[in-house]
Design a protein around this ligand. Structure first.
Ligand SMILES: C[S@@+](CC[C@H](N)C(=O)[O-])C[C@H]1O[C@@H](n2cnc3c(N)ncnc32)[C@H](O)[C@@H]1O
Length: 301
């Protein structure tokens, strides 16, 4: 099915409202290739009719299919590596030192926002287990959210095909944290026990979530327009603890969003900490015993 006059406007408005993604006139090929089958199955003569059907009272299933098809779920284990090194060798030791002796010692809350099929939150969980040998005794929750039903289904089941495992999963971690299943590998219960997944749009209010010690929100805001991106990161900053840390994608940067986000650098990794409106960064001690011990062990790779 080919895109005709009026299709792009109708579909791009719908997609923007459903998930915040912007599709301009140059994206006709994307609409054809990703939504063509859905339009055919729904018995629509063109894409404008598909948009209309999706908006109708019984258009929920079509909306879900459109979201699953139009979103880009590209992801891999330990994507870009440096955020996971920074988490392991800097952020976690600092948090653990800062929380020692408080009621929040041994408690970690982490959000993987736009987690796709789960490779990011599973990489976070493995990083935690590799950092904290007694992780099972900790009160840890890694929450994965994504707008795509299909992605969240795979993430919560925790099954990854061989080809997905070959993208970023180190062999010794694969056999340690996954077990063989027909067609791929399934995450072991000890990993899955620390994770929860839900379908959720980042455009919706998130005030009921968190607070989180660490938020990963990578490679999704690049698809949003400037006001949507800005608003999203401000809402995420509100869901961080004062000493919490926010990781964004390797091609993303928050300096244009002003002093609310203080960049922190560790080796090749960058993360952001929230600043209160009237003060400098609410920093936490970074020279505690665990930080020092781990810093002396870890070299920047
Ligand atoms: C390119 S993937 C990034 C996955 C992972 N964060 C990473 O960096 O590897 C983008 C994900 O954002 C999700 N997404 C797009 N719009 C969204 C929204 N409004 N709310 C939540 N998730 C969204 C898509 O479904 C997709 O899984």
């Amino acid at each position: 099915m080919q895109v005709i006059d009026g299709d792009i406007l109708a579909i791009s408005r719908l997609v923007y409202e459903l998930c915040g993604l912007t599709l301009d006139a140059s994206k006709g090929y994307l609409i054809e290739s990703r939504l063509g089958d859905i339009a055919k199955t729904a018995g629509c003569a063109n894409f404008a009719e598909l948009a209309q059907k999706a908006r109708s009272a019984d258009g929920r299933a079509i909306q879900t299919a459109i979201i699953d098809a139009i979103t880009t779920q590209e992801t891999l284990f330990f994507r870009d590596q440096s955020p996971f090194d920074t988490l392991q060798y800097k952020v976690l030791p600092d948090l653990i030192d800062a929380r020692a002796g408080t009621p929040f010692a041994r408690r970690l809350r982490i959000l993987s926002a736009a987690c796709s099929t789960g490779q990011e939150p599973y990489s976070i969980a493995i990083t935690l287990c590799e950092t904290l040998p007694d992780a099972a005794l900790w009160n840890i929750n890694i929450q994965g959210v994504d707008i795509s039903n299909a992605a969240i289904r795979q993430a919560s089941y925790g099954h990854f095909a061989d080809i997905e495992m070959q993208r970023g999963m180190k062999p010794h971690l694969m056999t340690k944290y996954f077990q063989r299943e027909p067609g791929g590998w399934k995450a072991k219960d000890e990993l899955r026990a620390m994770m929860t997944f839900s379908r959720r749009s980042l455009l919706q209010p998130i005030a009921d979530m968190g607070p989180f010690d660490v938020i990963f929100c990578r490679n999704v805001a690049i698809y949003f327009d400037a006001p949507t991106r800005r608003e999203l990161f401000f809402r995420l900053a509100d869901r961080l603890t004062p000493d919490g840390c926010l990781f964004v994608g390797s091609s993303e940067c928050l300096v244009d969003l002003g002093p609310r986000f203080a960049p922190r650098h560790h080796c090749r990794g960058t993360y952001y900490q929230p600043c209160s409106a009237d003060s400098n960064v609410l920093s936490f001690p970074t020279t505690g015993p665990l930080s020092q011990a781990i810093a002396s062990l870890a070299s920047c790779r």
